[in-house]
Design a protein around this ligand. Structure first.
Ligand SMILES: *Cc1c(COP(=O)(O)O)cnc(C)c1O
Length: 337
């Protein structure tokens, strides 16, 4: 039975075309700088994002960590959202492995970090304090595209106070497609940007970090230290190149499917759609229905994690028909109560 899986956009499987591209990839030992496919991916993504250089890494977590470690040294500090992936969902790597102190800031409803809170959190130069070095934002965050005007203001504030800037752009391609903006435009305000290929773009593995040549050289060293130097990784880079060519524009379909999902679920009295942005729908589900609804769906070949605030994610492997099937199964559940 084919499963409908709305848990995350990381669950996609490589398509036959992607597998063919991977099988045909020209490879070499990338630790020696010999892999032409990795070199091409790094150059292509850097160019698309308007930066000097790129670095291919196995995961977004390692990409963000290499970036943070390239920007900050021991005893430095970075400003980051309480809800940010680099702060909340990466095992505290910045502190554990980078000796970098996070200064978390409460995210506003739209995912932004209020400017006044940022300004107040930047520490004066004084031996009592960690040295505030970096502002890290995330776009999309909770599926939401950060307002461009906010990004401009926050990064200008950071620059005016001598901080550098990093963007966790795991889903920046979703932001670009949703706002009909060029990747380079969204990346421009930042010194470094990390982009995931294993999310909506549908590659099995991989992230690319982009930035200045000097920054990427520092990140390259940390990638080796963190165990991310890979050998014939052109096989994986080929999947990412294929994804850029074939799965970028189609992210609009995922966004349309998320809208279809939100519209369908909005018709169900027991549920409340909290938000819908790019490929994510957040749904309020009464506590007592969470576990039984999750089991009901699972019995019908549908995977979703049902919580009081449920996140549903659309992607390459779910079509409009699957969305309708999902909504119908949820309707049936409530009708059966
Ligand atoms: C998925 C994700 C990452 C990286 O996750 P990996 O599983 O390590 O690739 C980073 N930031 C955000 C916002 C993400 O969604």
């Amino acid at each position: 039975m084919r499963l409908i899986d709305l848990r995350s956009d990381t669950v996609t499987r490589p398509t036959p075309g992607m597998r063919a591209a991977m099988a045909a990839a020209e490879v070499g030992d990338d630790v020696w700088g010999d892999d032409p496919t990795v070199q091409r991916l790094q150059a292509v993504v850097a160019e698309r994002a308007g930066k000097e250089a790129g670095l291919f890494l196995p995961t977004g977590t390692q990409s963000n960590l290499c970036a943070l470690m390239a920007h900050c040294g021991r005893g430095d500090e970075y400003l980051v959202g309480q809800l940010a992936h680099t702060y909340k969902y990466e095992g505290g790597g910045a502190a554990v492995l980078g000796s970098i102190q996070p200064q978390p800031i409460e995210n506003a409803e739209d995912g932004s970090l209020p400017l006044a809170k940022l300004a107040a959190a930047i520490k004066p130069q004084d031996d009592h304090f960690a040295r505030t070095r970096l502002l890290a934002l995330e776009n999309t965050i909770g599926g939401k595209v950060l307002p461009a005007s906010y990004v401009a203001e926050a990064t200008a504030l950071a620059r005016s106070r001598g901080l550098s800037t990093h963007l966790d752009g795991a889903r920046l391609c979703n932001a670009a497609v949703a706002s009909k903006a060029a990747l380079a435009g969204l990346a421009a305000p930042f010194d470094s940007v990390s982009i995931c290929f294993s999310k909506g773009l549908g590659a099995p593995v991989g992230s690319v970090l982009v930035g200045s040549r000097a920054l990427i050289e520092r990140a390259h060293r940390w990638r080796k230290v963190l165990g991310g130097g890979m050998r014939q990784s052109g096989i994986l880079a080929a999947a990412c190149l294929y994804a850029l060519d074939h799965h970028y524009e189609r992210l609009a379909e995922d966004h349309a499917n998320a809208e279809r999902l939100a519209a369908g679920l909005a018709q169900i009295a027991e549920l409340k759609v909290l938000s819908r942005a790019t490929n994510m729908v957040y749904l309020q589900v009464p506590e007592r229905h969470c576990a039984p609804l999750e089991s009901w769906l699972k019995e019908r070949g549908i995977l979703a994690q049902i919580f009081p605030a449920t996140r549903l994610v659309t992607h390459l492997d779910v079509g409009a028909g699957d969305i309708d099937g999902f909504v119908a199964a949820v309707e049936d559940y409530f009708a059966s109560r």
